[in-house]
Design a protein around this ligand. Structure first.
Ligand code: ARG
Length: 303
């Protein structure tokens, strides 16, 4: 029996030989999801490969309908939905996963680590997410990393479902050096996962933990060292091919335990998940795919 120390793990040799995820302390399940209506959503500042060629090409009315269906899917699954007020000139604010990591520290305190956005055009979003967290009883830890380092919140830092363990993606939007501070602020071990393909620029574009045993992952987008560690933790690794990954199959989100929302374009993955026993809610997030996002990053799970 051995648990994990709250440090950053970078290679499988650093994990205890007999480590099993079921020995880790339990972590609260999310109570719901913070969402931001897409009133100001647009593709303006091109920040990822999916956005190229889509500037000004958003169908605003369709985006509203797609977003409403996602919000309703969370509610129908029993999740509480909290809304942010959209800010002018924040066209990416609908992707509110990125502007903070929300969690619970080892003492049980609700804790918010504000995002440190890579792109200037997203920095004004952070205050709204932090204000929401403060108003909902979160302690805000601002000084978890040196100034100048980047950290894109729940887009790159992903909780293991139900366990005190975090996956920390890095390479494009988040600097690896932030994760020791994240581990310290939350009192949680972090498995660092290097992202190797600029198409899959946030961890949530290529990796989603579906339950304690299962991860859905596009393995070529994660370093060999990272996948070695992930395979030690997850009993079931469901691999997604490049075509499905480009349709944001791995940006699927849990609506509730066992209930997964996924873009309908990733139909092969949806069918696979149904075979594995998940309830699958196929949604259309086509307008948001133009900006390089889908269901997972259109919410920030709260506790
Ligand atoms: N247009 C946004 C950006 O590039 C999309 C963010 C999507 N977020 C995510 N976690 N995948 O910043």
């Amino acid at each position: 029996m051995s648990s994990l120390r709250p440090i950053v793990y970078e290679r499988v040799e650093h994990l205890p030989k007999t480590f099993s995820v079921t020995e880790l302390a339990p972590m609260a399940r999310p109570a719901g999801a913070v969402l931001c209506p897409p009133d100001r959503f647009d593709v303006i500042d091109v920040k990822n490969p999916f956005m190229a060629g889509n500037t000004g090409g958003v169908d605003k009315a369709l985006a509203q309908r797609e977003w409403s269906a996602l919000r309703d899917a969370f509610s129908a699954a029993g999740a509480r939905v909290e809304l942010l007020e959209p800010l002018d000139a924040c066209e990416d604010m609908v992707f509110c996963a990125n502007t903070a990591l929300l969690g619970v520290d080892a003492q049980g305190r609700k804790t918010c680590l504000p995002g440190r956005m890579t792109f200037e055009s997203r920095r004004a979003e952070v205050g709204a997410m932090v204000a929401w967290a403060r108003a909902h009883g979160y302690r805000i830890v601002d000084d978890f990393a040196d100034p100048g380092l980047h950290f894109e919140g729940s887009g790159d830092a992903i909780w293991h479902p139900g366990r005190r363990l975090l996956y920390g993606g890095y390479g494009w939007r988040t600097d690896p050096q932030v994760y020791q501070g994240v581990a310290d602020a939350l009192g949680v071990p972090v498995i660092a996962l290097a992202l190797t393909d600029s198409t899959f620029y946030h961890l949530d574009t290529c990796f989603v933990a579906l339950d304690e045993q299962t991860v859905l992952v596009h393995t070529p987008a994660i370093s060999v060292e990272g996948m070695d560690m992930a395979r030690r933790v997850f009993a079931r690794v469901v691999e997604v091919d490049a075509d499905e990954a480009r349709r944001f199959a791995c940006n699927a989100t849990l609506l509730a335990p066992g209930v997964v929302a996924i873009d309908r374009r990733a139909s092969g993955t949806g069918a696979r998940l149904r075979e594995l026993g998940y309830e699958v809610v196929a949604l259309d997030t086509g307008e948001f795919l133009k900006s390089g996002g889908s269901a997972y990053c259109m919410k920030n799970a709260f506790f």
